[in-house]
Design a protein around this ligand. Sequence first.
Ligand code: SF4
Ligand code: SF4
Length: 382
Amino acid sequence: MNTDLNTVTESFIQKYDLLGCIQCGRCTGGCPVTVRTNLNVRRIVYDSKNEEMLEDLSKLPEIWDCTTCNTCAVRCPKGLKPVEVLIALRNILVEEGVIQPTVRDALESIFREGNPWDKPRATRCDWMEGLDVRIVEPGEKVENLIFVCCTIAYDPKVQVIAQNFVKLLNKSGVDYGFIGESESCCASEAHHLGEEGLFEMMVEDNTELLNSYAAKRLVAISPHCYATFKNQYPGLKAEVIHYTHLLKELLDEKKLTISKECSEKIVFHDPCFLGKQNNVFDEPRFILNQVGGSELVEFERRRERSLCCEGGGGKMWVEGSETKAERLAETRVKDARELGATVLAVACPFCVLTLDDALKARGFEEEMRIAEILELIGPLVE
Ligand code: SF4
Ligand code: SF4
């Protein structure tokens, strides 16, 4: 018997509490991607208890289909986190260097340039051009230190999110500051793609950088950065909040007023990393309810039961084993259309990208648009 392997396996079983699993199947029952793939997370949790199967399990193509939406963990009556078992299996492959070229490139780019998009660090702030943005230096005191996110910083389709946030921050008079070029990836995707070594290194470097500011709060624009800083950066001194917390506060305190009306029928899509993972459900709805002239309607699958858009878990870089069944984002835009919504509002850059793609694939552009809350609210505040 291999003692080393026993030790590894024992810690694997303990780390993920695999003996606590009662095989009820609620994880698989709630898993949104089961309609598109062979992924059976209950089965994988069961098989992972067998030390000799870990290597083979790591080679199953469907472990890359998981979007890390967290539904399985939310539904598990025994408090297990099946999603983390899948990430650990990905880690086995990453350690062996057996990864898809797109995943390898994203991970190398995080290491080299501090973002997964293979973009130069020097252009991280290009989106700020023409805007009056306050950038703070380490050591400087600031109430709200804003963390932009790599995708928002570099992808022209979602830069508008940060640009609107700057305008709102300036109008509100709140004390804020951006990090600028030294901002580096929060490494959420490195973790979800199974690159634990890189993730740990980024956590250490980012903690040092972020703690070098005298910041009271760290305000993440993307729910992916928010979830990561909040739950996986134990050494951060600042309180971690999402921008919807700050925006709600500014509206509450009348530092901002949504004064222009907009006659839209709005439906809000709860992003997994904000809702299911961190129970932030009310703030986005509070903000959207302030939009005069509009009507806020709800999906049947909302809040904890919200349907995943398939944008998380590194899926932007992974070739999955999905069948041709309809993408979940397409199901979501169809559901929104059935409600008669003219705006499908989101609070996450990945949701914007996946849902906008789905909207175009379905040919619904004439009837509906995808709008991030900041993009929607920005022009309505005078
Ligand atoms: S929901 Fe939890 S207890 Fe039930 S099968 Fe899945 S992991 Fe096991
Ligand atoms: S995190 Fe979501 S996609 Fe992944 S196994 Fe759990 S329920 Fe399925």
